[in-house]
Write a protein that binds this ligand. Structure first.
Ligand code: PLP
Length: 370
């Protein structure tokens, strides 16, 4: 394995220092919770090694709305990030091929690159409303294809792929005897539609990945999971986890359980916040002239781009936005796109921060886009 640091991590708000950023429109999550808000008593906890697959009641809570899954289909991991690492390193070696839909979460591209496997990238196009073309994926399949990798709801576009399209991909994976990875890290942030069951419930060829990081605003407890109905593969995933970390932090698991136990109430509150922010963001978007977008459908991010009639020194623009306006968004190169695309997060900021941050963005565009 040859590891490289990813721009999205090098330039992330936590690496820049949160206290330097006033208007943070770069995040893809809800505002971070404080442990105090949960009013949890953890005094009873014994700090032993936890069950290697993950705390049983936590695994039960994870699959609460997917009737075709059992706790044996769930492996708790240190965030979705580790789940994705386990999937890539277990399934792929340098003679294997995979297909990754881009843009994507950087790890979904970077770990296969570190393994040095054959990689086919299929880019979602703004002109096609960032839709998945199943036939394009079919054509990219090779005899050594082991994995097709998508994210849904999608980061950074906020696109929610229709279930029919994902079912076609599942059929394709079954037909070609490969796996479909559905990174569902944003599934609980579907603030406009009903919660879908995990796609892993539909076929043993599917691996679903998610976590409490984004929807609950709890990335600091590092609890995520992968779900798959293939018993043999789950055995291999567990072997990988045991070699990486043995088990999760029992403290983190208990907190994650509390979040999932109170999921309905917590998500109702979070969705109400997103809906208010999104309505205001949409009004702002419709009034400004510099950017065009495919309107997001789920999650808390979207991926607009500068209209073709404008030119922008993008590097200088992001620097000015930060130094003069204390505002950040996620530049396109985080997602291997032109820097005139930008990810704007509307769930993390308060309504006031969002309003001021968007005004700052507009002022900066007015000054620098020619
Ligand atoms: C699509 C996607 N998958 C996985 C992750 C990693 O999340 P976690 O904090 O659960 O490791 C992220 C984080 O940005 C993400 O956007």
């Amino acid at each position: 394995m040859r590891y490289s640091r990813m721009p999205i991590e090098i330039e992330s708000p936590e690496e820049m220092g949160y206290s330097n950023i006033r208007y943070n429109l770069a995040e893809s999550s809800m505002r971070d919770l404080n442990l105090r808000d949960l009013n949890l008593d953890l005094n009873h906890l014994t700090l032993f090694y936890g069950e290697h697959k993950g705390l049983l009641k936590l695994r039960e809570a994870i699959i609460q709305e997917t009737t075709s899954l059992t706790p044996a289909d769930v492996l708790v991991t240190t965030g979705a990030a580790t789940a994705l690492f386990i999937v890539s390193t277990t399934l792929l070696n340098s003679t294997d091929h995979l297909i990754v839909i881009r843009p994507n979460y950087a790890t979904n591209l970077e770990t296969p690159r570190a393994i040095n496997c054959e990689l086919s990238i299929i880019d979602l196009k703004f002109e096609n409303q960032f839709s998945i073309d199943v036939e394009e994926i079919r054509k990219a399949i090779r005899p050594n294809t082991k994995l097709i990798s998508i994210t849904n709801p999608h980061n950074p576009t906020g696109k929610l792929f229709d279930t029919e399209t994902i079912k076609q991909l599942i059929n394709l994976a079954e037909e070609k005897n490969c796996r479909l990875l559905v990174d569902e890290t944003y599934r609980d942030l579907n603030f406009q539609t009903a919660l879908q069951p995990y796609f892993a419930g539909l076929s043993p060829n599917v691996i679903s990945v998610s976590s409490v990081s984004k929807s609950f605003g709890a990335p600091g407890i590092r609890i995520g999971w992968l779900i798959c109905r293939d018993e043999k593969l789950m055995h291999d995933f567990l072997a990988a986890k045991e070699q990486i970390c043995l088990c999760n932090s029992v403290v983190d698991e208990e907190i994650a359980f509390h979040l999932l136990e109170n999921k309905t109430v917590l998500l109702e509150k979070n969705h109400a916040h997103i809906r208010t922010n999104f309505a205001n963001f949409k009004q702002w978007f419709e009034k400004q002239n510099y950017l065009e977008w495919i309107e997001p459908e789920a999650g808390v991010v979207c991926f607009p781009r500068l209209k073709a009639e404008y030119k922008l020194d993008a590097e200088k623009f992001y620097e000015t936005l930060f130094t003069n306006y204390a505002t950040i968004v996620g530049p396109g190169h985080w997602f291997e796109r032109d820097k005139t695309y930008m990810r704007i997060g509307f769930g993390y900021p308060t309504l006031e921060e969002l309003t001021i941050g968007l005004n700052n963005l507009h002022e900066c565009l007015k000054m620098m886009a020619k």
